[in-house]
Design a protein. Sequence first.
Length: 603
Amino acid sequence: MHHSSKRWLSTAASCAVTAVLVPSAGHAQTDAAVEILADSNRDGVVTAADRAGKTEWTATHGAILLPNIGDSAKRCPGASDSVSDAALEECNDAQGDVPRAPDLFAPVRTMPIAGLSAKAGGQIVPVGAGADKVRVFWKQGKRWVSIGHGATISSRDLAAGLELGVDARDVARDSGKWDGRVVLEFRVTDRGATRKDQVAMRVAPVVIHNHLQRAVDIFGPDSGRYAPHQRFMADMQAALSKAGFDRPITRIQTNDNWAQDFVEFGYASMPAPGGGQKTIRIAIRSSQPGRAAGRRLFDLRGPGMGVVQLGGQGYHQVDSFGNLETAPPYQLGGKAYPVGRVVYGDAGDGVAPHADWVKFFAAQQVQAPIVLDTSWLAIGHVDEFVQFIPANNARGWTIAVKDVDSALALLRQASAAGHGKVSASSRADVPPRTIDELLGDADWLRLNELARRKIALNLAILQAETGVSDSEVVRVPGLFLESDFHGFVNTVAHKASAPPAGSLPEGALLPPENITYGPGELIAHFPAPVNGLLIDRTHYIAPRQWGPLIGGVDILEAAVAKAYAAQGIETTFVDDWLSHHIIGGEIHCGTNATREIGQPWWR
């Protein structure tokens, strides 16, 4: 993999196809050269400067095209239509040879050719493994006409030069089958001889957002008739407004409670004139075809928004996108990661992420994955114990981890101060247990020691890969307990507060019985504080902790707020106990976000 060492520029724009004639149509080349040019130097326009190295594609040089997989006319079927998953995905702006969404075409030019006979003819032919995955259009006046794959160009048009637009029908999914590259070959036949020229291109990678990018839209599932989730969504909207985010939460029309898990939002981008970017947002469906909620992403498809399905098999928890985070941009050891790196967990024992998942993120080539061990967790998601947050350091971000030691220290300090008989939980519907009783539970302490060691091992992996020092790590107090799965997540300590079965509409919130969980035994005791929604660099929504109340203060909640405040982040707490916590997750699991487009991935 090649990595640029340059800092990227913070800019985003959507611009029409732009090309500069080199030479102009009135000055045809006298040597009758056959020449095709694209934006190989990535400045957003086609000029003479693009001649250098145009037949090679690297991380820092070579023309880029976009996967034009939105639905600009909203003509495609939605999730409720009686069509297959494959048919849903096949319908998009790049379907067939109709020039939809030409503003996302990559600019390409053929140079005027002098001295051709009247019988001369030309062709623009995509070649290579991706030949069938790109479309080529010729601009004739105000119209775009399909020209790729063998259409003949007349002598007169060859003499004038062609303005072309190119897009892709798909993203790169498996480098072993197609790594996104394609070569456009320009062929001209005249007087019995054929001359050729080529330019190398590659479809833009799908880039996953990171937490240095401000949220643009917040997503959540429908509540159905489940009152706790209705209250949760109302509380979330109020918390967002308090943080200055006044847009309404976009509802995904599903009762699948885990909006983070069945979709990951990213984008693809290419250079635009003036240093900007042409972009298309992409909703990635988890590799869980047995999870019907993923179909609802096609209701979000529209102008500038496409959907990609990752295949997979059945419904394995490890393939949920709660098991995917993104380390923000950084440089280390002479390597630069201008759009950061994806981080996901491998639970081993036959529940590693599906091959379609692994191949997809590897195929993007710009966010080299970091793999953690989640085998000790009952669900097996990295967002249960780690997140990446803005920070007051030179890097601009740091690693936050759920920290067992600091949580136990809080309880021990409270006990030593004479508060050992205070209830460990401030919820009335949790079986009563004092701080001292909790601290005297040898099995519970053993489980938390296991969690502490596993988090330490994972943190060591992240630090080695990112260069984050011990002093930079934000340790957010949190604890674990043993899980007990019976159709849905229902931990031993939470049985008294499980939602009554009659309160839920058919299929709402509860996962199906055929779900495959992780091989571990641990789940959050108090709501996991790192499993929240970061809105921007200074506002965070965390799950209410329901820890011990001493002097009217939840000591666990106060410690969580203090940990984030040290990085300049203000924390608002929202109650997710009945809506998410008792069924295995928290706020991050139950929400999602599109974010501002970051600096160009190619710089």
